[in-house]
Ligand binder design. Structure first.
Ligand code: NAP
Length: 288
């Protein structure tokens, strides 16, 4: 029996139908003994301001923000912190002392997955990111702060990629290189890579056969290939990497870690990774 005193948490986005976050956060609350409930809300663009006003007046204890609101939410918040400040993208809103503070846990979530699941330390590595959208941006800023040796961004819109490399240079002083998927330099970029990350939606269900056009066959044997897509767990891109004998990392670990970090920001407590990973894997694969 619920007391009616539960703390309210939510996910704001559009669409939110297939989100795994409610399973993740409600299980995290159960494991931590937090008396909270996490619900998903489909919020249209024109309703975002009203939705954030509701966070204030309905006393939400925390909110996640997803596509397409991660940047548009910023004018409605009081302050940005950490990576959200640097990247201009928010995935977690934390009410603190009557203010709404925006955070981004995507970059840190990827780093935790990279370190804890793949055992890879990014410092000194040559990294290639495929895509120039919100996730690519979060990872690029985070990886530069972790002192990677080189960063190559491959995007389909050269202007968008150029803007991101220019912003990285301006805000961090790091000279990332931009390429298109048609660049003749990609085999050279691949041959020098320690880590290749797919940060496009290519390969995401239901388009199981699609994958980014990148010459994985040119990558050295020790290269790790990561995909931010987590549904399916093994994308066509990761299958190709695996066939070539390269190590792979799925996006599910990042999803779990970014949620763990959000939960910690809201509750001050850190839920355990393994049971949350197991739960989401079960939801995705139907396996017990
Ligand atoms: P986004 O902001 O929409 O960016 C997507 C990027 O992929 C853009 O650069 C876009 O190019 C590019 N792209 C889309 N379709 C393409 C195609 N057919 N060929 C080449 N490039 C294409 O999305 P996002 O938030 O960055 O998310 C990207 C992926 O990461 C999604 O699948 C998302 O689910 C996943 N993700 C996973 C996690 C996790 O926790 N595992 C966290 C965040 C995101 P344009 O710029 O030209 O549109």
């Amino acid at each position: 029996m619920k007391s009616g005193e539960q703390r309210l948490f939510g996910l704001f986005g559009d669409p939110v139908g297939h989100s795994l976050s409610p399973y993740l956060q409600n299980e995290a609350f159960r494991l931590l003994g937090v008396d909270g409930v996490y619900l998903k809300f489909r919020i249209k663009r024109e309703e975002l301001a009203t939705a954030i006003a509701a966070v204030r007046c309905l006393n939400f204890a925390g909110v996640n923000i997803t596509i397409p609101h991660k940047e548009k939410v910023i004018p409605y918040l009081d302050q940005l912190a950490g990576d959200a400040f640097l990247t201009g993208s928010v995935n977690t809103v934390v009410p603190e002392g009557g203010k709404l503070i925006g955070y981004s846990t995507d970059g840190e979530g990827f780093l935790l997955s990279l370190r804890n699941e793949a055992g890879v330390e990014p410092a000194g590595k040559r990294v290639v990111i495929l895509g120039a959208g919100g996730a690519a941006r979060a990872l690029a800023f985070r990886l530069v702060q972790e002192e990677v040796a080189a960063l190559d961004l491959v995007g389909r819109d050269p202007e968008k990629t150029r803007r991101l490399t220019a912003e990285l240079q301006e805000k961090t002083g790091f000279p990332a290189s931009g390429h298109t998927f048609a660049s003749p330099h990609l085999p050279r970029v691949a041959a020098a890579a320690d880590l290749v990350i797919n940060a496009t939606p290519l390969g995401m269900a239901p388009d199981l056969l699609s994958k980014p056009v990148f010459p994985l066959a040119a990558c050295p044997g020790g290269c790790l290939v990561a995909d931010l897509v987590y549904n399916p767990l093994e994308t066509a891109f990761l299958k190709e990497a695996d066939r070539l004998g390269l190590a792979t990392l799925s996006g599910l670990g990042m999803l779990v870690y970014q949620g763990i970090l959000a939960c910690r920001l809201w509750t001050g407590r850190t839920p355990p990774f393994a049971p949350l990973y197991r739960l989401l894997k079960q939801r995705l694969t139907g396996e017990k």
